[in-house]
Design a protein around this ligand. Sequence first.
Ligand code: HEC
Length: 138
Amino acid sequence: MKWSSAAIVAVCSMVGVASADDAIPKSLTGARGDPARGRAIVVNRQVGLCLLCHSGPFPEERFQGNLAPDLAGAGKRASEGQLRLRIVDSSRLNPATIMPAYHRTEGLARVAPAFRGKSILSAEQIEDVVAFLMTLKD
Ligand code: HEC
């Protein structure tokens, strides 16, 4: 049997491969992030707040969340571009997500005045976090 290209596209979208909407392939800054700075952002309770919901390979952190998948292995489960999209704006994959959109300023409701027009993380910080998550291979 020969597969039509429409069937291949349909199968790919069912298994989540190669969908243009599922990733942001290019660095937001044009440069690689710094994994050490990214780790510091992820564990920081004021900046990243990731551990409010996630746990991960952070033995020094006593309190870690259980509302979201463990970040261990995140760099194996997803490509760099998929991770970037998840941090920039997870709601583009799951409109009902509780995960904050870390780099989006449009279309948000209930934003405190001090934060209007500002994203939670800068483009540099997003790249640092992505670079760190890519190191989490097991
Ligand atoms: C308020 C809770 C919350 C916060 C804060 C949060 N996340 Fe999430 N995150 C989630 C949930 C829930 C999911 C599961 C997918 C979904 O519901 O969108 C998720 C999914 C993910 C995924 C995909 C997980 C996988 O392996 O499939 C990654 C990577 C991720 N988050 C990283 C982060 C990082 C990095 C931060 C901090 C910068 C963060 N998250 C902050 C709730 C959160």
